[in-house]
Design a protein. Structure first.
Length: 666
């Protein structure tokens, strides 16, 4: 039996907060009755009638708190619970988080845990391997079939030799990562584990989940609006039962988010809908009375300021006084009222400044207040009702944080800028201490997270000064890693919103929408979004070259080769030694059947980097189309020598042998 876990101070705080919980009686009753009044199978096995509960409503109405009450109810009746939120980035990590929490409650998952440990180990080895293909880590954890044809459209400027090949070449590009894994790992089970982790790990997870016979298991998904894109199809595949095996009948899901589950997707599974609204006046009064607030004038003030949102009620009630003179007029925000009641200057300062970072831990707090005070103050902060624990640390609730930020900007613009610079330096130092090469850093998740945090705080400290720098660095991110460029654009947009700087907000929104359009195959929208970046005053030649290559890629996918070629000519003129763009232009010439021009560009790109197997193979394909078969074979052979698993080159070489009537070799 595992050792019983001692409760933490945060466990005690949460229990105290739940003891004053009011309202939501209908939802709590329905959830509890589903656990207590079980249906029975022929052999007497009891199971809950309903397995899916959907909690939804605006931010601050108490969805997370309601999930916490569901946990309490399940445990009261002997059940097991596990919970994840938006900090979990992938499906394998979701299962691992559930397994970790259920293991603490006495259920072992040896098969899953063994395979997941291998998955983590092998993934780390492959991601940090200097021989890993460009863009490899972006697609780790995805099933190859999910990547599909669009893979070749994701990384212009990085794997430009892939982007403009014909369909067979693009399909081969989707297999480049598979071929690399196969070459590195050898073991077929490990190869499948890395290429298709969901297909391998989900059946093991469900199988061992099914070994829990005598207890109900409640899996809770918080902030689903942030994870729906990753999790929705996987969860639907599980309940469909076709891909992964059987979902145990004693397993209950509670999914909470701002929006209702998509009825078109979840029809037939009859989720129990729990829309959550702000408290009624009676519930507010009951809540405040339980907190010791009984003065009617105080209650009326709190009602007005809070908008009856449970989260803001909890903040206002935390240190509220029964003396109406201490409440003051309800002209300020709920946060200002809360800060008024925090007497300790150190706690007050931290409550304000800890809203600046997007995520919190003790190290970040130490950066703000100094190491000596950080432990005690961070312990206090974690107990506040507006700070919620996530899988990756702690964060201010998204209803409260914007109010805190606005408060600080109004109070002191210079202090705002100074503290953001402090945090930017903190994250910059963390990234620098990793001592990674330029290529390796984009494949390292820790570096990426720190670089994005540094970007956010730089932009917040001085939006006008940092915007041109951020736009130039965005183009480099775009060259290196599409998914990182998406996150970069998201951070720019968020910083624009948090600083209320329209120029920054507009650029962030333009980049976010442009990348999304590209991912959705809406290439005209991508062109419209990216063209203003080329005209931006602070854009540097290298950044211009990358953006021109991306825009040209969109033109090619629209079969507008004339515009594509025009953009690539400008890109090469700006960066004459940019071999990848030169190869990119060669591919465009090949698609236009201008083979001599294509050869000229391929020759130049290979001269700049003789190890570009993709470009060598593309030159070979150009020779084949020109019926210069022997020269084609020479290039195919060289590409295969550089990468013995290069299936597309092997196939094209075989076809060339066929054309030469060398059938045995074909």
């Amino acid at each position: 039996m595992p050792q019983k876990k001692r409760p933490s101070r945060q466990d005690i705080i949460r229990a105290q907060q739940r003891s004053t919980f009011v309202g939501r009686e209908e939802q709590l009753e329905a959830f509890e009755q589903n656990l207590v009044h079980l249906n029975r199978t022929a052999d007497g096995f009891g199971y809950p009638k309903d397995f899916l509960f959907n909690v939804w409503g605006q931010g601050g109405v108490g969805k997370s708190t309601l999930l916490g009450r569901f946990e309490d109810i399940a445990k009261k009746h002997g059940g097991m619970t596990a919970r994840i939120d938006e900090a979990i980035a992938s499906i394998p990590e979701v299962m691992a988080a559930f397994v970790s929490q259920l293991s603490e409650q006495g259920q072992a998952f040896p098969k899953f845990s063994d395979r997941y440990k291998v998955y983590r180990q092998k993934r780390k080895e492959l991601e940090t391997d200097p021989e890993a293909p460009q863009g490899f880590s972006a697609f780790m954890g995805k099933t190859v079939a999910q990547v599909g044809f669009s893979l070749g459209r994701r990384m212009p400027g990085a794997d430009v030799a892939i982007d403009l090949m014909d369909e067979k070449a693009v399909v081969e590009a989707a297999g480049e990562w598979t071929a690399y894994v196969t070459r590195k790992l050898k073991n077929k089970d490990e190869i499948q584990l890395i290429n298709e982790p969901e297909a391998v790990l989900t059946p093991l997870f469900l199988e061992e989940l099914g070994e829990i016979f005598d207890r109900q298991v409640v899996l809770l998904f918080d902030t689903y609006e942030q994870t729906e894109e990753v999790l929705d199809s996987w969860l639907l595949d599980i309940v469909a039962g076709q891909r992964y095996g059987e979902l145990p009948v004693n397993c209950i899901w509670a999914i909470a988010g701002r929006d209702q589950l998509n009825p078109n997707s979840w029809t037939g599974y009859e989720p129990i809908q729990f829309p959550v609204e702000p408290f009624t006046t009676e519930e507010v009064t009951q809540f405040l009375q339980r907190k010791g607030v009984t003065n009617l004038q105080v209650i009326e003030t709190v009602l007005e300021v809070s908008g009856r949102l449970p989260l803001l009620l909890a903040i206002l009630a935390e240190n509220a006084s029964n003396d109406p003179n201490e409440v003051g007029e309800a002209s300020g925000t709920a946060v200002e009222c809360f800060l008024k009641w925090v007497d300790d200057p150190a706690k007050r300062a931290l409550a304000i400044e800890a809203a600046l970072p997007q995520s919190l831990n003790r190290d970040v707090v130490a950066c703000l207040v100094g190491d000596e005070k950080s432990e005690a103050l961070f312990g206090w902060l974690k107990g506040m009702p507006f700070v919620r624990e996530r899988s990756d640390g702690w964060a201010y609730h998204d209803v409260v944080r914007p109010q805190m930020l606005r408060y600080q900007q109004r109070e002191s613009a210079s202090r705002w800028a100074e503290r953001h610079r402090l945090l930017a330096d903190y994250y910059g130092d963390r990234a620098q201490q990793l001592e990674l090469s330029e290529k390796a850093c984009y494949s390292d998740s820790t570096w990426r997270d720190d670089a994005l945090s540094q970007l956010y705080h730089r932009l917040c400290s001085h939006p006008q000064k940092e915007l041109p720098i951020a736009l130039n660095q965005f183009s480099e991110a775009l060259k290196q890693k599409f998914s990182f460029a998406q996150r970069w654009a998201d951070v720019m947009l968020q910083a624009g919103k948090d600083t209320n700087e329209n120029a920054l907000k507009d650029w962030g929104n333009r980049l976010v929408e442009g990348l999304k359009a590209f991912d959705d195959g809406k290439y005209i929208e991508t062109i419209v979004a990216f063209t203003p970046l080329l005209k931006f005053d602070g854009i540097e030649p290298r950044a211009q070259s990358i953006v021109l290559a991306w825009r040209s890629n969109a033109y090619v996918l629209l079969s507008n080769y004339k515009e594509a070629l025009s953009g690539l000519n400008q890109a090469v003129e700006l960066e004459p030694e940019y071999g990848q763009v030169i190869a990119f232009r060669g591919e465009t010439y090949r698609l236009m059947k201008q083979y001599e021009e294509a050869l000229t560009d391929f020759n130049r790109a290979i001269e700049l980097d003789p190890e570009l197997d993709l470009v060598i193979a593309s030159r070979g394909e150009t020779y084949r189309l020109m019926k210069r078969y022997e020269e084609a074979l020479t290039d195919y052979n060289r590409a295969i020598e550089l990468d013995p698993e290069y299936k597309w080159a092997i196939a094209r070489r075989g076809f060339t042998y066929y054309l030469l009537e060398r059938y045995e070799e074909a």
